[in-house]
Structure formats: structure tokens, C-alpha cells
Design a protein around this ligand. Structure first.
Ligand code: FCB
Length: 446
């Protein structure tokens, strides 16, 4: 029952008594039993020395703030990191498989690579944490990148084969799977903005082809995962970006918001849900199958303001406005992203339409002020709790990130960790925000 309904239905005397009785002091938001609480990471951002991937090569070519190097050395320190997570009461942990460590060259499967993630999964299970495994978090093995990567006509087959292999290895111990992390972000950064590999700019046709490839690959991977584990829970981690018009009075800005809203936030999930890829006015195609989401994985961080720049596709997408002339925008984080907790509620309610459980697979703040992290966490959890209260079926919250890590083109300056990392010594420090979150987890209420 929602808070509003509750108020409307409560008879006056009960409300009055509640003020005097003890109940009012414990009127906190409760999270559902079995709620998954934990952190998230990705292989390339924490492991260190992932030398066999396209991202490593990209870093060496000097197109980013700094190279990833040893990162947080999580490849060697994962047990210690999971000890800390366990002490913080975490009941789940999201991590990704590094394809370039597992299939080191085409069709060559590394026992060491496979064994590593087997140990990671066991280490989580031994500590009572549910593994949530991402098959692909942006990084490609170099051999596949050399062939054209996501643009290779056989990518779907390679991805399906890789997924089938890891499903066979880990399926009995892993129920929660994510095929692709933020597919639309990857297409946008890699083929339109040119900031990430393969560094193409304004190649809208290729970006669309890549999204189509990821959709089709997901459908195939969905089957591979369910073949290995019939009760598998399979989804993608969908980045949802709250959007507002730069000038709310401008019809064109509002139109650009709608275009972005559809292309960024809805197209991918809609396609997997309905089984049809639709780009209105441009493209329509059936996928091999509909209904290949067992839950919705939601990554939520921020809001953008959009300014229309014309009627071509780039014009309709518009530009991001600098925000400077927006008196009403909230605080911004150290990467310049606005802190906008209302967006979390918006997407939880909006994605409810798929009729599936929702797992928050990422949410977090880059900051050197840990107080701000806790405020951010509290404000976002508040939105989560209210959505639960309104009946949205949310099954867990995984914070980005468990550890400070390598933030892609931005390098190491962005501190996202519940646990801080001193990169000179690899020493870990549990932050206060992590302890405050631990208290919420322990009580399972806010
Ligand atoms: C998300 C990515 C993740 C991390 C966070 C800050 O978009 O999935 O790898 O970089 O942002």
C-alpha cells in the first residue's frame, strides 16, 4: 500500500493514538526479506594488469587521463576485499568476468583464467554473498578487437560461445547474471563520442548496428545461461539517465528530450521485452525472441539537460547544456554530474512497466568527501524505499563501488569506493559511509 493510500484510509483516532504509542518511533522503511545488499565492480576497473584487452591498448595509446596499471590489485586481493564486504554485512557482490583472461586467443581457454573466477565465486559463497556476474563489462579480448570487435559479423557467435562456456563452468554456483553492462553507453562512447574504443565519432549507423548486435547476442546468451541453469536470473545492467529540457518552454528541447529518452533509456529494454528493435522512422526488426529479461538491472547516477540543435539525427539528439544558466539544478559531483535522487524514483516507477523484479546494479558518487557519499546514499535509498512502499518490486541495491577503482577515461581521481584504496600501497580503508550503510543493512530498514 502506498503512503498516500495509507493516509487516506487511516481513521482519525488511530493516527492520533500513534503519536502517543511506541510505534511511531519505529516507523521506518523496511526493505523486503532477502533484499540483496552489496557492492559492484568490473574486472578492468579493479583487477590490474589486464594487458590482453582492447582497453589496455587504448590506454597505452594515451587517449585517456592515465593507464589502469595495477588498478586496485583486486585480482590478488579479492579474498581480503570480500572479508571487508562481509564485515559490512553485504549479502551480494556484482563483478565481471574478464573475457581476455579466459579466452586468451580465439578458441583458447585459459585454465588459470577460468579457475580464478571459480575461486572468486567460491570466496563470495563462503562469505554468504550472492554472486551477481556480468559477462561483458566494456572490455574485449584484443584478438576479437583486432577482428572488428562488436562490429565483427560473427560477434554474436563468439559471445554466445563465451557465455556458454562460463555458464557451464559457473552455472551451478551463480544464479544472477548480467549479459551486457550499459550497452547503449558503450555504443555512444565508442561510436558517437569517440572517447572509448574503438574511438569512432558520429558514426550513427555503426552505433545502431552495434546495439543490434548486443541485443541479438543477449538473446543467444540468455538461452545459453538458461540451458546451464534453468532458474537463472538474466538481465542487462541498463544505464538510465534522467533528462530535462534545457529550456522547458522550448518545444524543440522537449522533443530532443523525448528522442534521447527513447534511444538512451527505453529502446534496449523495450526491444528485449517485446522482441522487436524499433527506431521510429529509421529501422524495425524482430529479434530471435521476445521476453528475455528475468529482471531489470538498473544503473542510475544523474540527470542531463538537453538542448536541441536541429532536425537531423544529431540535431534531434541535441547537445548537453553546460548547466551554468540553470539556477535550479542540484549539487554536482566531482565529475560534474548533477546529484538528482528523484531520477532514481522516476526510473524505478517507469521500469515497473516490464512487470519484472528490479535489481539496482549500480548507483554511487565520485567524491573525496565521504560525508557527501553518505548523504548521496541516504537520499537515493530513500527513493528506493519509497518506491518499495509504493509496490515496486525491488530486490536489491548494489552500490558502485565496493572499492575505489579506475574510472575509464577519467582515470583514478574519481573515488567511488565504500572502501578506499591507497594506490601507492594498495592499503584499504573502510569509509564511514560504508559503516553507515552496514547499519542500514543490519537493520534492513532506513
Ligand atoms: C557506469 C559503469 C561503471 C562505472 C560507473 C561509474 O556507467 O558501468 O563501469 O564506470 O559508471
Amino acid at each position: 500500500m502506498s503512503a498516500i493510500e495509507h493516509e487516506a484510509l487511516a481513521p482519525e483516532p488511530v493516527a492520533h493514538e500513534a503519536h502517543e504509542g511506541p510505534g511511531i518511533h519505529s516507523a521506518n522503511f523496511r526493505f523486503p526479506n532477502g533484499f540483496l545488499w552489496g557492492g559492484a565492480t568490473s574486472s578492468h576497473q579493479v583487477e590490474g594488469h589486464n594487458t590482453n584487452s582492447d582497453w589496455w591498448a587504448w590506454e597505452q595509446s594515451g587517449r585517456v587521463a592515465e593507464p589502469s596499471g595495477a588498478a586496485a590489485d583486486h585480482y590478488n586481493r579479492f579474498r581480503h576485499d570480500f572479508d571487508l564486504a562481509q564485515q559490512l554485512g553485504h549479502t551480494a557482490q556484482r563483478f565481471s568476468l574478464e573475457w581476455s583472461r579466459i579466452e586468451t586467443s580465439e578458441g583458447v581457454w585459459s585454465r588459470e583464467g577460468l579457475e580464478h573466477y571459480s575461486q572468486v565465486i567460491d570466496a563470495l559463497r563462503e562469505r554468504g554473498m550472492e554472486p551477481v556476474v556480468t559477462v561483458f563489462h566494456y572490455t574485449l579480448p584484443q584478438w576479437l578487437a583486432d577482428k572488428g570487435g562488436l562490429e565483427h559479423p560473427e560477434f554474436e557467435r563468439y559471445f554466445e560461445r563465451f557465455t556458454a562456456r562460463v555458464a557451464a563452468e559457473y552455472g551451478t554456483r551463480v544464479r544472477w547474471w548480467i549479459t551486457f553492462n550499459e550497452p547503449v553507453v558503450q555504443a555512444f562512447k565508442g561510436w558517437i563520442l569517440g572517447q572509448w574504443p574503438p574511438g569512432k565519432m558520429n558514426d550513427f549507423a555503426a552505433a545502431l548496428r552495434v546495439m543490434r548486435t548486443m541485443l541479438r547476442s543477449h538473446v543467444k546468451a540468455y538461452h545459453a545461461l538458461h540451458a546451464a541453469r534453468p532458474d537463472a536470473m538474466v538481465s542487462v545492467a541498463k544505464h538510465a539517465l534522467a533528462l530535462s529540457p534545457c529550456n522547458p518552454k522550448s518545444r524543440l528541447d522537449r522533443l530532443s528530450v523525448r528522442v534521447r529518452e527513447y534511444l538512451f533509456n527505453n529502446l534496449f529494454l523495450d526491444a528485449l521485452h517485446t522482441g522487436a528493435l524499433r527506431v521510429p522512422g529509421l529501422f524495425w526488426e524482430r529479434l530471435p525472441q521476445a521476453q528475455t529479461l528475468d529482471y531489470i538491472g538498473l544503473n542510475y547516477y544523474t540527470r542531463d539537460f538537453v538542448k536541441n540543435t536541429g532536425f537531423s539525427l544529431p540535431g534531434l539528439l541535441g547537445n548537453l547544456c553546460t548547466l551554468e544558466h540553470h539556477g535550479s539544478i542540484g549539487k554536482r559531483n566531482e565529475l560534474g554530474w548533477e546529484i538528482y535522487p528523484e531520477g532514481m524514483a522516476h526510473f524505478l516507477k517507469s521500469y515497473r512497466r516490464y512487470g519484472k523484479p528490479i535489481l539496482i546494479t549500480e548507483n554511487g558518487l565520485p567524491t573525496n568527501r565521504d560525508d557527501d557519499r553518505w548523504t548521496f546514499l541516504f537520499l537515493h535509498l530513500w527513493q528506493v524505499a519509497r518506491a518499495i512502499d509504493e509496490g515496486v518490486p525491488i530486490v536489491g541495491y548494489l552500490h558502485w563501488s565496493l572499492l575505489d577503482n579506475y574510472e575509464w577515461a577519467d582515470g583514478f581521481k574519481a573515488r567511488f569506493g565504500l572502501i578506499g584504496v591507497d594506490y601507492a600501497t594498495q592499503e584499504r580503508t573502510v569509509r564511514d559511509s560504508a559503516r553507515k550503510l552496514a547499519d542500514v543493512i543490519l537493520r534492513n530498514e532506513l
